[in-house]
Design a binder for this molecule. Structure first.
Ligand code: T46
Length: 141
């Protein structure tokens, strides 16, 4: 069951989990019933040596992404140009869908953090809004 995140273009997604603490847990995701877009790209962030650093910030014009903190902890900050929300993810059975046109960045990592990202498009720098004022102008269109 998805959990209402109550934030523009974003959603919390519960991933199915099978197994137990002896054999280990199996978690999966697939399109279309769990991930709401066809996955065109997967990347992951790991080896964060300086825990004061952030990833992002930026927004995407079209790309949607699901972030899963598969190990450790990370805080996800969301901003739709009017409202802001931050939430901590630390369980690999939960993902956050961050839709297009949402300014976002991640911080407060633990030293073992790995987060996996599923994206709806292949990498294209033209899809990025990396300047906050450009983002605000873009969402007015
Ligand atoms: C996001 C956060 C969490 C590629 O060549 N292919 C890719 O798929 C990606 C994601 C990046 N790159 C290259 C582009 C840059 O030269 O890897 C370098 C670092 O990427 P970037 O500067 O975009 O890193 P962040 O932390 O600003 O953002 C990345 C993702 O781009 C972004 O979508 O949400 O991680």
């Amino acid at each position: 069951m998805d959990i209402d995140l109550d934030f523009y273009n974003c959603k919390l997604i519960n991933l199915p989990e099978f197994g137990d603490s002896e054999r280990g847990l199996l978690t999966f995701f697939q399109f279309p019933d769990i991930i709401p877009f066809e996955i065109k790209r997967v990347y992951f962030i790991h080896g964060i040596g300086d825990l004061s650093k952030i990833r992002g910030p930026h927004a995407h014009k079209d790309t949607e992404q699901v972030f899963i903190t598969i190990q450790g902890e990370s805080t996800y900050h969301l901003d739709d140009g009017t409202n802001k929300k931050s939430l901590v993810l630390s369980n690999p059975n939960r993902g956050i869908l961050i839709g297009s046109k949402v300014w976002h960045y991640m911080d407060n990592f633990s030293k073992d953090t790995i987060f996996l990202v599923l994206a709806s498009s292949v990498y294209d720098e033209k899809d990025y809004l990396r300047n906050y004022d450009d983002f605000l102008d873009y969402i007015k269109i």
